[in-house]
Design a protein around this ligand. Structure first.
Ligand code: ADP
Length: 165
């Protein structure tokens, strides 16, 4: 998607208003990693603006992973992601997309450093615990796929002056 295709909402999503879509995958939920994942985003200084536990439909997941539709692992991925509830979240803050990706580690846990979610919590790509948007554009697409506008709660946070210069 080019810059000109972005709508006004996306253009507003800059600086401290940047948002990303993070999901704790079914294995992460089953293995009780939700609390620690939420805690690390909170500790970092990001703001939680959307949160829900749901069993995603295969249609939603096929749409979510549309870019991988021709890859050999696509069907397995959709089956894995629909095998149990996921925790879908929206986090907001400066550079949250890139920082969220850094906190996650690489797609393959074997390439992920200790200290990252994938580096600490898992061993295989097909059970890699967490999803995070890879760009501001994908974040907007994914957030609008998983959340209604009315499910997102922006608000003033009193600690902002202690997080941002
Ligand atoms: P990321 O989740 O790090 O953004 P991708 O968008 O490339 O990675 O892939 C989406 C998800 O598909 C991965 O998180 C992983 O669960 C799964 N996946 C990717 N590549 C493979 C693969 N070669 N074999 C099995 N699963 C894969």
């Amino acid at each position: 998607m080019g810059y000109m295709d972005l709508d006004l909402d996306t253009l507003r999503w800059t600086g401290v208003k940047e948002r990303t879509f993070i999901a704790v995958k079914p294995d992460g939920v089953q293995r009780k990693r939700v609390g620690e994942i939420v805690q690390r985003f909170e500790k970092k200084g990001f703001k939680l603006v959307g949160f829900k536990l749901l069993k995603a439909s295969k249609d939603l997941l096929r749409e979510h992973y549309w870019e991988h539709r021709n890859r050999p692992f696509y069907n397995r991925l959709v089956t894995y992601m629909s095998s149990g509830p996921v925790v879908a979240m929206v986090w907001q803050g400066q550079d949250v997309v890139k920082t969220g990706r850094d906190m996650m580690g690489k797609t393959n846990p074997i390439d992920s450093m200790p200290g990252t979610f994938r580096g600490d919590f898992c061993v295989e790509m097909g059970r890699n615990v967490i999803h995070g948007s890879d760009s501001v554009e994908s974040a907007q697409r994914e957030i609008s796929l998983w959340f209604k506008e009315s499910e997102l709660c922006d608000r003033e946070v009193c600690s902002n002056n202690w997080i941002y210069d």
